[in-house]
Ligand binder design. Sequence first.
Ligand code: CA
Length: 269
Amino acid sequence: MGTTGAVVAALATDVGRVRAHNEDAALVTADLVAVADGMGGHAAGEVASGLAIEALRSVGESEGSDELRPKDVLDAVQAANREILRSAARNPQQTGMATTLAVLARVSVGGAPHWAVANIGDSRVYRVLDGRMSQVSTDHSEVAELVSLGLLTPQEALVHPARNIVTRCLGRDPLEPVDSWVFPPHAGERFLLCTDGLTNELRDGAIARILLDGDDPQAIADALVRAAVDAGGRDNVTVVVVVGSPDGAGSPEADEETAPRNGSSEGSG
Ligand code: CA
């Protein structure tokens, strides 16, 4: 995304106040942004997150990326998983290394620009539209499962001892299920991709206030990371901020009428 077209994106990352290494990784390219949060001993976590990001970089920076399709994004996620497994097989100290991955890409569907989101793990994709922030992605975490079962409130999840346990990640054979979404761009929307080092330190309300403050994605990204470090910085903190144009995310006109095809089951018994 960079500064191409009418969409601008920026990333910021910090090791935080406690950890010795930054095992997060992030990417901003012309048509694709991503964050990854690595896990594994002996610095293998940063190998896993780095390999995932490099697999996506080759897609994001490929020629003719105007024609990126949702499938290209999912193919890249599969390639990332293979790269991590391949490296771990060659390097015993990397055994079991893993990473989350959250991706936002500008793709073409039926000749029209769309956003594609893919996620595995507990890094998040948030979207702001009309001043309201909502989480696009679903966390693959133990606490998210307990919340969805009604066994935990979202407030209890924030301080639950299992809040750092992910239930899906890259680095597993076979590849665990990856969630994905495709939707049309809207005027004035913003996105935030972040690792849990942000969301474990800041509530959604605080994140939204910073995300809506000004139009410079680098200033917003820096402010988000600074706030999380100031709030404790108990983990690595990584964010990517995407600010769309007032007239739609780099598209000639936002397609407000795009909707799922319907009626296919009517009368067909
Ligand atoms: Ca983390």
